[in-house]
Design a binder for this molecule. Structure first.
Ligand SMILES: [Zn+2]
Length: 461
């Protein structure tokens, strides 16, 4: 009785907080949910939930995938609760439920779609008991959050309810083994041309058979532990695929996805493999929800991958590309370094890798540089690397260790000098790799480069 009274008081208080925030014009905060949970620690358990609750989690890509899914559902006229405007932790989920509920907490909508932080699983999953959960992938992340994949796998295995149907990445052996007794479907991408069994990354989080510890044979390794594998001793192998990208056609801007016996064409939102994974996982999720292929394809055609993560600009003959390279996340950084290396033509790169919050108080663990494949930047067509920020000396040393010739590296503490130090005559394309919280700085640097390129053009004319 007392517990339920406390719940209503917390709900009422949270509503007042939300009202005050609305009056003062603040949006998308998780404050109402925070207050509700402070006042009633089991608030999420007691709060009535919509009939169907769906979740999207994983180390990388969960925001992009959630956005695709929510955009498609919204365009198709589905009415649902989601936490897009708020945060993906327990207080954000609570805030969204509160905002979309009647006075005593009864949900206004029958469907909920939540992006969920994998680290927060213990505070969310046992209470909202998702009917369906998509896990995009499992990678090591920043040392502060999740330096070891087994740590994050334990959290998920302990907290995903037995009743939750799973949508998992078949090419990611860590992801595909989550909660083996639960109902599940798998998505993945067929082996691409040029993909071999050769290991090319420093970080590789699967070294032996997860069933028997025996030696593994890789059919191919895409990157890190992503690929297809079989055990030499016990017959264990990567699981079958329910939704597989059979072909990626960059010229026609489409992907062919086979589900069961049927093939269907979907738009290619962005040609990087990471974004193909994002697309196919969203397709699998929507198909499992019962959305027809035609509707998904039509609505996806109207979308594009969020531009804050990848943005191209042109200045005369030159290109400037802003590319997110999440600070402290060795996998995300290695992916962006490989994208730079694979980009056609000559390139120069500005690295702004310091984590914004760490740079401010100058506390930093630099071990992640040694998990990150700076070796990809040691390539003949990468003409200059400018590294800027509090940790410029450490990045400089790491680049030297990767074999990058000293004369190609320039480094400075002041990030504002990065564009000045860039030799705009050195290459055709300039990459600016930045951390999540330095998008504004990256944008300013882009404008400076454009100015510099145009200025140089005038002189030559
Ligand atoms: Zn085995």
């Amino acid at each position: 009785m007392f517990g339920q009274l406390r719940f209503y008081f917390a709900l009422f208080f949270a509503r007042c907080t939300a009202l005050v925030l609305k009056i003062i014009g603040r949006k998308g905060t998780s404050m109402p949910g925070s207050w509700a949970i402070i006042l009633c620690p089991d608030f999420l358990e007691r709060m009535p939930k919509p009939k169907t609750v769906l979740g999207i989690t994983g180390t990388n890509g969960k925001t992009t995938v959630s956005n695709i899914i929510e955009d498609v559902l919204e365009d198709l006229g589905y009415s649902f609760v989601c936490n897009r405007e708020g945060t993906n932790v327990h207080t954000g989920v609570a805030s969204s439920l509160i905002a979309e509920s009647h006075f005593w907490g009864k949900p206004k909508k029958d469907l909920a779609v939540f992006e969920l932080d994998e680290r927060s699983a213990p505070r969310i999953l046992p209470y909202i008991k998702p009917d369906m959960l998509l896990v995009t992938n499992i990678f090591r992340d920043s040392y502060k959050r999740n330096a070891h994949t087994e740590f994050i796998l334990d959290i998920l295995n302990e907290n995903i309810p037995d009743s939750t149907r799973l949508i998992l990445n078949s090419d990611d052996l860590l992801c595909s083994l989550i909660k083996p007794q639960n109902k599940r479907v798998y998505f993945g991408i067929e082996r691409q041309k040029n993909e071999t069994a050769e290991r090319k990354n420093i970080v590789m989080d699967i070294s032996s058979c997860p069933e028997c510890g025996g030696e593994l044979t890789w059919e191919f390794i895409r990157y890190h532990h992503i690929g297809r594998v079989a055990c030499n001793s016990c017959g264990f192998k990567s699981p079958r695929l329910d939704y597989i990208v059979e072909n990626i056609d960059e010229e026609r801007n489409e992907i062919i996805v086979r589900g069961g016996e049927k093939e269907h064409i979907y738009p290619l939102l962005n040609s990087s493999l990471i974004n193909v994974y994002n697309s196919v996982s969203a397709i699998a999720f929507l198909r499992e929800l019962g959305v027809p292929e035609e509707d998904i394809a039509k609505k996806m055609a109207a979308l594009s991958i969020n531009e804050t993560r990848y943005n191209e600009a042109e200045a005369g003959e030159k290109k400037i590309i802003l590319h997110l390279a999440k600070g402290q996340n060795p996998v995300a950084c290695s992916r962006s370094f490989e994208n730079v290396r694979n980009y056609p033509g000559t390139k120069s790169v500005i690295l702004l890798l310091d984590d914004y919050f760490d740079a401010k108080s100058s506390v930093e663990n630099i071990a992640w540089y040694y998990d990150t494949d700076f070796e990809f930047l040691n390539s003949g067509d990468i003409k200059q690397i400018v590294t800027a920020g509090a940790r410029h000396w450490d990045v400089y040393v790491r680049l030297l260790m990767a074999g990058v010739p000293k004369e190609r590296i320039v480094h400075t503490e002041n990030e504002r000098d990065a564009a000045k130090l860039l030799d705009t005559g050195s290459a055709d394309t300039f990459f600016v790799l930045y951390d999540v919280y330095t998008i504004k700085l990256a944008d300013e640097i882009k404008d400076e480069i454009i100015g510099k390129v145009s200025g140089r053009g005038n002189h030559e004319n």
